[in-house]
Design a protein around this ligand. Structure first.
Ligand code: FNR
Length: 363
């Protein structure tokens, strides 16, 4: 499970660049700016949130903790920020909506079965989701070799072959067996109708990824959903422009945490060129590699509106359920306050281009 969260695709060049990318930018503080009060709140796709970062959609949280998506959603609510639920969640979108009162984003795919995609849109409207997030970088799964090496299968099953895992991780193994509720809750009804079990579910989902999707289909989705639409997986100024042209309200500059195309650039390196290309036509979210408060400050200084985090909160979830996620959010919030205080910025709007530079640019 650790490697499923932590790993990237192929040689993990992109996974490593996601971190190194942040290290290549430097923060330029201004002193004596009255930073007695720090305000971290900001506005994202029409919602006021208490932090300039939120929880990215990640599938199958039940793999990591029996508190599953609800543990993450409750932590997000406590910190007053967006929670985004994956189509591949192990909790239904309705259950998440009934559990938290803070803004929710549903991560959708344009599936082969367009009726199912349309059904998700209707269910999101009925459940009161504030935004939709369309993932576009999943035409097929990345080659995650750590999962091949560890023998990762979904859902995990225990047999003689996994005896070593059982001995090495008895708590996790027993805990998983004690809560045998692994279910892709948002699509399970479809598979039940086909008469399939849990494995059938994964096969069903894999069979639904549609490699023929184009921007015309995004236009179709835009017509189905009149709320804020976030396009996730944009990695070039040209695609950013296309996303704006079909009516996206925000772009998630993301390489899926280094799990898809190895060799893709780090989002932090694309913020400036994408902001230059799209101007104020869309909000920009930086996602992939965010681990520190200073990373978030750098992304915002380069032109982003917010960041989203994946692995960071999943480590917390796996280690300690809701409490673990809250611990991670607390660390990031504390780091952000410290970074802004030392940078001389009392609010998110105070953070600007003058606060960041590559080494050669520092005057
Ligand atoms: C993901 N991500 C993801 N994205 C998505 O759109 N739908 C999904 O179901 C998932 N599932 C998923 C599972 C796991 C275990 C991880 C680590 C990631 C990608 C996620 O939304 C986000 O783009 C990355 O996690 C961001 O990079 P960092 O923060 O993990 O470096």
């Amino acid at each position: 499970m650790f490697h499923y969260i932590d790993g990237g695709s192929d040689d993990e060049w992109t996974l490593r660049r996601n971190r190194q990318g942040f290290a290549d930018y430097w923060l330029l503080p201004e002193v004596l700016r009255d930073v007695a009060e720090i305000d971290l709140s900001t506005e994202l796709v029409g919602q006021r949130i208490a932090l300039p970062f939120f929880l990215a959609p990640t599938g199958m949280s039940r793999l990591f903790h029996h508190g599953k998506e609800l543990a993450v959603a409750r932590a997000a609510e406590k910190f007053g920020t967006f929670y985004s639920l994956s189509t591949l969640g192990t909790t239904s979108l309705e259950e998440v909506a009934a559990t938290i009162a803070t803004p929710k984003m549903f991560q959708i795919y344009i599936l082969k079965d367009r009726e199912l995609t349309r059904e998700f849109v209707q269910r999101c409207k009925a459940a009161g989701y504030e935004a939709l997030c369309l993932t576009t970088d999943m035409a097929m799964a990345g080659n995650r070799e750590r999962d091949l090496r560890t023998g990762m299968i979904m859902p995990p099953r225990f047999g003689l072959g996994s005896l070593w895992s059982f001995i090495a991780h008895p708590y996790w193994s027993l805990n998983f067996l004690a809560h045998p509720d692994f279910r892709l809750a948002n699509v399970a009804h479809r598979v039940d109708a086909l008469g399939g079990g849990a494995m059938g579910l994964i096969d069903y989902v894999n069979s639904q990824f549609d490699r023929s999707v184009t921007w015309r289909d995004v236009e179709w989705l835009r017509g189905e959903w009149d709320g804020p639409l976030v396009v996730k997986g944009v990695l070039s100024p040209a695609d950013a422009e296309r996303a704006c042209a079909v009516g996206a309200n925000a772009l998630m500059i993301s390489n899926h945490g280094g799990r898809q195309l190895d060799g893709a650039p780090a989002p932090v390196d694309l913020v400036r060129p994408i902001r230059d290309r799209v101007g104020d036509a869309a909000q920009l979210i930086v996602d992939s590699g965010v681990r520190r408060g200073t990373d978030i400050v750098k992304a915002i200084a380069l032109g982003a509106d917010a960041c989203s985090i994946g692995k960071a909160y999943l480590y917390g979830l796996a280690a300690g359920g809701q409490q673990g996620v809250e611990h991670v959010l607390g660390l990031l919030r504390t780091e952000l306050v410290r970074a802004m205080t030392l940078l001389g910025c009392a609010s998110i709007n105070d953070i600007g281009e003058k606060h960041v530079a590559e080494l050669g640019e520092i005057a």
